[in-house]
Design a binder for this molecule. Structure first.
Ligand SMILES: Nc1ncnc2c1ncn2[C@@H]1O[C@H](COP(=O)(O)OP(=O)(O)OP(=O)(O)O)[C@@H](O)[C@H]1O
Ligand SMILES: [Mg+2]
Length: 272
């Protein structure tokens, strides 16, 4: 029995036409299995976010098909779309842009409970659920209730996004460069929380990044994307330890090798 949760067949997105035409995603094929962490790695402009938006149903593919749990995805009506979004959710690069900044934090979390279909629960139960979600990401619900998103730090906001996901419990989470706006320490925390979502909630995670080192750290499988095309894929070990495509090799050679001693003879001192 196949445990593929999400599959793309010849997925393509073309923006514009004539001289303005951009083939952002070009006949991409992939299969993501339940419970795995799958990274999509590529440089800026390679089409990662465009692919993510098609998977989420925020952009229509120009060509190709998406299969969810073995069936062709049908989001032709608003009701079907809402049903689909119970299964697939995302965290984006810039968490502040994703939400109405005039809504307080508790409204944002209450919305998730409503989306789950649990709006009829008594208020105490809702508060219990929100508190549990906050403590999953090491945030204190009581300290957040009356705050607005812009009153939180980047790292806190990113953690709040994960608390939302904890409440919604989708089958699939797409994390699009979720750590690019925060410092190294918060980045490690966010990655650990994503792993916790996989291990404790059993979520399938699609992790989008330009950082192949980070992809190696978090993923089971890796897809390398160059100018809209998947040029190499396989297990994280296969792709990163024995890369075949020149583009993958280049991405790997760009990762700073912290274990190698610095060659100080190449450093020139000025003014000494
Ligand atoms: N709405 C749009 N209209 C026209 N072109 C677009 C649109 N969205 C994306 N593109 C183009 O599609 C290509 C892929 O963009 P995309 O945002 O998917 O890249 P990305 O891999 O996510 O990059 P980054 O790492 O910088 O986030 C780029 O050339 C971009 O300019
Ligand atoms: Mg992007």
């Amino acid at each position: 029995m196949s445990n593929t949760v999400l599959q793309g067949v010849n997925l393509t997105k073309v923006f514009g036409w004539g001289k303005q035409k951009t083939v952002a995603v070009d006949h991409v094929n992939f299969e993501i299995r339940a419970g795995e962490v799958c990274s999509i790695v590529g440089e800026s402009g390679s089409g990662k976010t465009t692919l993510a938006k098609m998977l989420l149903g925020l952009l229509n593919p120009t060509e190709g098909e998406i299969y969810f749990q073995g069936k062709k995805r049908d989001i032709s009506t608003q009701r079907k779309k809402k049903e689909y979004w119970k299964n697939i959710q995302a965290i984006f690069q810039d968490p502040y842009s994703a939400y109405n900044i005039f809504n307080k934090i508790d409204t944002l979390l209450l919305d998730c409970i409503r989306m789950r279909g649990d709006f009829w629960l008594p208020r105490e139960k809702k508060i219990e659920l929100m508190s549990e979600a906050c403590s999953f990401v090491n945030l204190e619900y009581k300290e957040l209730t009356n705050k607005y998103p812009f009153e939180l730090s980047g790292g806190q906001m990113q953690r709040l996004m994960i608390a939302r996901i904890f409440l919604l419990k989708p089958k699939i989470l797409i994390a699009d460069e979720p750590t690019s706006m925060i410092d190294a320490c918060s980045r490690a925390t966010i990655l650990d929380m994503l792993m916790k979502l996989r291990d404790e909630v059993g979520m399938t995670i699609i992790f989008i990044t330009h950082d192949i080192g980070l992809a190696y750290y978090v993923s089971d499988t890796v897809y390398i994307m160059e100018r809209g095309k998947i040029v190499e894929y396989g297990s994280a070990d296969q792709v990163i330890l024995t890369p075949h495509h020149p583009y993958t090799k280049r991405l790997i050679s760009d990762v700073p090798k912290i274990h190698e001693a610095w060659d100080l003879s190449t450093v020139t001192y000025s003014g000494l």
